[in-house]
Ligand binder design. Structure first.
Ligand SMILES: Cc1ncc(COP(=O)(O)O)c(C=O)c1O
Length: 415
């Protein structure tokens, strides 16, 4: 195994893909003291057993097999949505190519979503480019930034630790990774001094032209606050760096008082000297959103303050893919525009996502161990903490049994 991992680490991008695709058993060919490998080295929710979101799959089913839209099997709002999406496809079919930058209908939905998310900061379909996932979008932009050799080669400031796929991608694109350590003692926050230090060390070795940021942070889970984002934007402006902001985990923020704030939102509250000049690319992806549909392959980037000539080259680069898989593009539309209150599917859709943590805990405990506890949120908790209710006026043996089941469930969780 060590040998295999060492080989994988040695080479780059292709090896990461290879590792994902290979059956580990067939590569090892040796005996090990376990019966199966549980691979949680990177996110692939459906592979790990996560169930697809019904609304998404129903709409896609209707689009793929329009006969379903003439029957009553699917809910009415699903059929209406599928019809609307099909109307946006050339020839009324998901089997057609789309523009290389993506379907206009979906890009408009994305722009509306961003405007809502950022409290009214305008977003336009012309600045949105759909691609076959985040990795593809990042590769397109980094390749556009890549030039020079040795001390003139493009450098990209990259946090350490960073997402495991990023170093290989930068290498493949022909740019130099300029590491800047995150501060573990401050919850892996971005440290301005480290940014300056990294830049100083890099100059002479390469020409830093961009900074890659992962917020919410992968793999750290750190969520930047307004001030921290503002500082990074000021730094990028002063050092004339393009900001590449990976915001794919924007709907996965946990923790009291934590919220996702987009870089674009902060930028649009800053002075004109920043607002009109800082070049920003923000990425989002189906894979990392709550629906976790990695296999559908779609994501998007929004370009801010990027010269129209450069935008043209982004489109040209995407032309080599001809078009992003259409089912993925349609799923993006559903990601940014889920069922609304009043829609038939609203209840089922939100049920999966918005169940309170303590209710979910109790449901799972009941299903796994046959122990029924009360959920604290039924008493209107507002602190953000969660509590469980347990009656101790039972026979000691029963209490022991309950506590043993609770302990084992709590430590080992869902089986
Ligand atoms: C940092 C990061 N963001 C996003 C993703 C999801 O990428 P994609 O949209 O290409 O599936 C990955 C997948 O490995 C990743 O490493």
């Amino acid at each position: 195994m060590c040998h295999l991992l060492a080989e994988v680490k040695k080479s780059s991008y292709l090896s990461v893909l290879l590792m994902r695709q290979c059956s580990v058993g067939s590569l090892w060919g040796a005996l090990y003291p376990f019966v199966k490998v549980i691979d949680v080295s990177s996110a692939d929710p459906h592979r790990a057993g996560w169930k697809p979101i019904t609304f998404v799959r129903q709409v896609l089913a209707g689009c793929l097999f329009p006969q379903l839209l003439k029957e009553n099997t699917l809910p009415l709002d699903v059929r209406l949505r599928a019809r609307r999406l099909l109307e946006a496809c050339d020839g009324g079919s998901v089997g057609s190519y789309t523009d290389s930058s993506g379907m206009l209908h979906v890009r408009q939905s994305i722009a509306e979503f961003i405007t809502r998310r950022d409290g009214g900061v305008p977003s336009y379909a012309k600045d949105i480019f759909i691609s076959a996932g985040f990795q593809r979008a990042l590769m397109v932009v980094v390749k556009l930034l890549a030039r020079g050799e040795k001390e003139t080669q493009t450098g990209v400031l990259t946090p350490m630790p960073c997402p495991h796929t990023v170093p290989a991608l930068l290498d493949e694109a022909g740019v130099t990774l300029v590491p800047h350590p995150l501060t573990e003692t401050r919850g892996w926050a971005v440290d301005l001094d480290e940014l300056h230090r990294a830049l100083k060390t890099a100059r002479g070795r390469c020409e830093p032209r961009a900074i890659y940021i992962s917020n919410p942070g992968n793999p750290t889970g750190h969520v930047q606050d307004w001030k921290s984002i503002e500082e990074v934007i000021q730094f990028a402006a002063a050092e004339r760096l393009v900001l590449l902001v990976d915001e794919v985990y924007q709907d996965s923020v946990y923790g009291h008082g934590r919220e996702f704030i987009s870089y674009k939102r902060v930028l649009f509250e800053m002075d004109k000297e920043y607002l009109e000049t800082v070049q920003l690319v923000s990425f989002h992806s189906l894979s990392s959103a709550h629906m976790g549909e990695c296999g559908l392959r779609a994501g998007y980037m929004e370009l801010v303050n990027i010269d129209p000539e450069v935008m043209h080259f982004v489109e040209t680069m995407l032309c080599t893919d001809i078009s992003t898989p259409v089912t993925g593009q349609l799923a993006l539309d559903l990601m940014v525009s889920p069922p609304r209150p009043g829609d038939l599917s609203f209840h089922t859709h939100t049920q999966i996502m918005e169940v309170e943590a303590d209710v979910l805990y109790c449901q799972m405990l009941l299903e796994e161990k046959g122990v029924f506890l009360g959920a604290g949120c039924q008493y209107g908790e507002t602190t953000g903490n969660h509590h469980l209710r347990l009656c101790i006026l039972v026979l000691p043996d029963t209490l022991e049994e309950v506590l043993a089941a609770l302990g084992s469930f709590h430590l080992h969780g869902h089986t």
